[in-house]
Ligand binder design. Sequence first.
Ligand code: NAD
Length: 446
Amino acid sequence: MNERGLLVRLSVIGCGYLGAVHAAAMASLGHEVVGIDVDEAKIADLAAGRAPFYEPGLDELLRDQVGRGALRFSTDPAAAADATVHFVAVGTPQSPDGRAADLRYVDAAVDSLLPILKSGDVVVGKSTVPVGTAAAIAARIAEHGSGARLAWNPEFLREGFAVQDTVGPDRIVYGVARAGDELDEAAAAVLDEVYAVPLAAGTPRIVTDFATAELVKVAANAFLATKISFINAMAEIAEVAGADVTQLADAIGHDARIGRRFLNAGVGFGGGCLPKDIRAFSARAEELGRGESVAFLRQVDEINLRQRQRVVDMAVASFGGSVVGRRIAILGLAFKPDSDDVRDSPALDVAVQLNGLGADVVATDPHAIANARGRHPQLRYEADTTAALAGAESVLLLTEWREYRELDPVATAALVADRHVIDGRNVLDRARWRAAGWRVVAHGRA
Ligand code: NAD
């Protein structure tokens, strides 16, 4: 414990959706934290105790922790010099020219740390990386001669629940260096101090080698993506067979081995993780000569992308083959509710495609309009749901925000020009909507 009663001095390099939450959450667990990012505007917001993106609970957490002096932010990597544990939380997006992960930000973050590392420091990777990355970084750190060590500590937070997932994760995984049969227990002991609060609350902890820790993360995302594409494949069959995929999901979901979660047929997954992680995983498996082991991930990706096209096709078909000039209201732009993240968002993709086909698209979202406009300024946005719905000839519900799930079909009918809705998330009560005169179209339901 330091002179101010704070436990461990931590730095967090990269303050995006993962890093900003991690920095604030670690401060709330009693540590002294400095967050570093190259983005000056982001750091200015964070230093003022404001979240630079929408994540429930983050604003309050930042305000409290910055206010009590446990959390500060800087664009200068030298500000991390006092810290003894350095989390690397920079982005690992898809490469511009292929499916592999682009590791340039991770490399730059490690470069910025090398000059300030001291003996006993632990660099802790949180970014999602291809298996083999940690071993290479550990070799670079060792070569530099500071005596610092490396651990890999994959992150499983869900955007929309990021604060609670970080303060109280469902499991903690440490990948540490292995020499023969010996794991680097000293690095694990440092992480035990960092995670003392969740560990004391009984959070399961798995200590393993670098490769296993790296694979745990991509395997988890590959499994979740596969589950979603599985139910969407069933939806495609259900449609032609005259079956109902939501009842099918309920019925198979009662089997505890299967489980009902992540079995909602619809427009599919997106975001800054699942799509690029399954692509990077298959690219890395191919490099390792085991491409065939995860060849199914290509199909998982294809099935997923096909769902966006299917919504576009449903809309076109509903207008008899052309959407030119037709007023379409798009409800939702974020890749999931309770987030403003539009990276690889199915909703935004569908809005852009329909706009490109000549439809008169008006898109709305409770929090993601600014991000969507930044990427697609050509779209028409309307912050107010009622205004977005006014005069619509078709309504597409593409992100299942609570306010859209709870729309009243009778009141909504009074706003639109035609009662036609495509429920791209299978969340509306079809009987109620039909009773109010709506034609309801959805994935996997005859
Ligand atoms: P992000 O793009 O929101 O944040 C990355 C941040 O790193 C940006 O603010 C960027 O400015 C900063 N950065 C880039 N280079 C830097 C450098 N050299 N020094 C300091 N800062 C630098 O990305 P994210 O969603 O937070 O994801 C970060 C990593 O975490 C990725 O590997 C991702 O796969 C993984 N991850 C994300 C989530 C999630 O839900 N977002 C969950 C689990 C894992």
